[in-house]
Write a protein that binds this ligand. Structure first.
Ligand code: UDP
Length: 449
């Protein structure tokens, strides 16, 4: 262990951020660097699985009682107040630690304070981006888009002022919020993200969980700015283990259920850890899936469908035509995507899910829910051509047609396979992502001197 270098890794305390930052922390530990991983107390209590060995775990309060729903804006506010005060106090304590003081911070780019506080205290801080580089660039371009009148973000017009994405990115592929779908440019969630991206882009380096082969033009534009840019992903593919620190209990029973199905005959459906849908949307998905005739494995987290209970959802899925559906509250997703029986993934195109699909060469049907997912799904459908993008349409006929087309398309399967092969090369020794990770480790060591 190299005691002269001590990195504090601090993710935004949500599943889709914890996963890649923990994978990153593990990669650092593997190089002999001392790493402390910072959770909130609430999350640390919820973790079912153990963390990888060699990591020191610490936690700070997020300022909310355990039974608080932690909606995005309330959570963000509480983290900025109570969370940031506790973080500052912890950093001060870690700075003066007698054994191995913290020499560098890698914090989630969603939280400007997590980068600005260490900088104020004289600790170098790097920003880790858990989203795609293309959606990051879209967020960064947001003020310019609004200034140039490239709004509302629901239109089909092509976007002109996001460099590197001319010709295929439409306004409806730009990040979208929750509250104001007519005018995404005015949505408080989108504005918060855009502000955070603007502030954290000034960190001394930006780390992306992506590969140059997936997002070369966006990365090139970002690298032409002031910060150093590192594209080191997909991080999860560096380890053969599919174990991930889950905030929910995984239902492994679905693996035996998958074993009983023919190759490439099942549709896996998951909208990630945050999306909440209406009962009408649930019904449209269910009817569309049932009409395809394919068996499907559907992740329905408790509370994910408004105004209904898991028991009623199970009943509805069980009664759907053919009774071919299986519901779980949380799946071992990486294992599911590797299973021979799964033929496509109906996904919200969250960046982790997109990467996990890409690594397994799994064709995608995208129904993006919010923020970066709109941009990711456009890349899947129009750039990589590894799936189809339903975008903001949730109708049973469209679900049925799109799933059928993706399950049957040899072109999409071939594109997904080619992307998976390229990503294997990227993360292999001397591949672009591995070389970037080595360069990043050198950079962190130099900052820590
Ligand atoms: N995930 C999982 N089991 C599930 C659903 C999701 O393990 O049943 C994991 C998935 O593998 C991914 C993460 O949760 O690593 C979701 O992250 P993503 O960026 O795709 O979406 P978010 O949850 O942030 O919207």
């Amino acid at each position: 262990m190299d005691a002269a270098v001590h990195v504090l890794v601090f993710p935004w305390p949500r599943q889709g951020h914890i996963n890649p930052m923990l994978q990153f922390a593990t990669a650092l530990v593997d190089t002999g660097i001392q790493v402390t991983f910072l959770h909130t107390e609430h999350n640390l209590r919820r973790f079912a699985q153990a963390h990888p060995p060699g990591l020191r775990l610490l936690s700070i309060p997020d300022g909310l009682p355990d039974d608080h729903p932690r909606g995005f804006l309330a959570f963000m506010e509480s983290m900025c107040m109570a969370g940031s005060a506790a973080y500052r106090a912890l950093l001060l304590a870690l700075l003066s630690a007698a054994d191995a003081p913290v020499t560098c911070v890698v914090a989630d780019g969603t939280m400007p304070f997590a980068i600005e506080i260490p900088e104020e205290l004289g600790i170098p801080a790097l920003s880790f981006v858990t989203h795609s580089a293309c959606s990051y660039l879209a967020f960064l371009s947001m003020p310019k888009l609004v200034e140039l009148g490239e709004t509302p973000f629901t239109a089909d017009d092509l976007v002109c002022s996001v460099p590197g994405m001319e010709g295929f990115l439409r306004r409806r592929d730009l990040p979208r919020g929750l509250y104001c779908t007519e005018h995404g440019d005015g949505d408080p969630l989108v504005l918060k993200f855009a502000e955070a991206v603007g502030r954290t882009s000034k960190a001394c380096a930006l780390i992306f969980n992506t590969a140059a082969s997936m997002e070369r033009p966006a990365l090139a534009h970002l690298a032409s700015g002031t910060s150093d840019v590192f594209a080191i992903g997909p991080l999860h593919a560096r380890s053969s283990s599919a174990a991930s620190p889950s905030l929910w209990r995984e239902d492994d029973g679905c693996m035996a259920w998958l074993d009983g199905h023919e190759d490439r005959s099942v549709v896996y459906v998951s909208l990630g850890s945050l999306a909440v849908i209406t009962h009408e949307q649930f019904t449209e998905f269910l009817s569309g899936l049932a009409a395809t005739g394919y068996a499907f494995l559907w992740v329905l987290r408790p509370g994910m469908v408004k105004t209904t209970t898991p028991a009623l959802l199970r009943e509805a899925v069980g009664a759907a035509e053919g009774g071919k559906g299986r519901v779980v509250e949380w799946a071992p997703q990486r294992d599911v995507l590797r299973h021979r029986a799964v033929g496509c993934f109906l996904t919200h195109a969250g960046w982790n899910s997109t990467l996990e699909c890409a690594v397994e060469g799994m064709p995608m049907v995208c129904w993006p829910f919010f923020v970066d997912q709109q941009t990711n799904s456009r890349f899947v459908g129009a750039v990589w051509k590894t799936g189809l993008d339903m975008k903001d349409v949730c109708e049973r006929g469209v679900v049925e047609r799109t799933v059928r087309e993706v399950m049957a398309s040899d072109e999409i399967k071939a594109a997904a396979k080619a992307m998976a092969q390229q990503l294997r090369l990227d993360i292999a020794e001397a591949g672009s992502s591995s070389s970037e990770l080595e360069r990043l480790v050198r950079f962190v060591r130099e900052l820590s001197v």
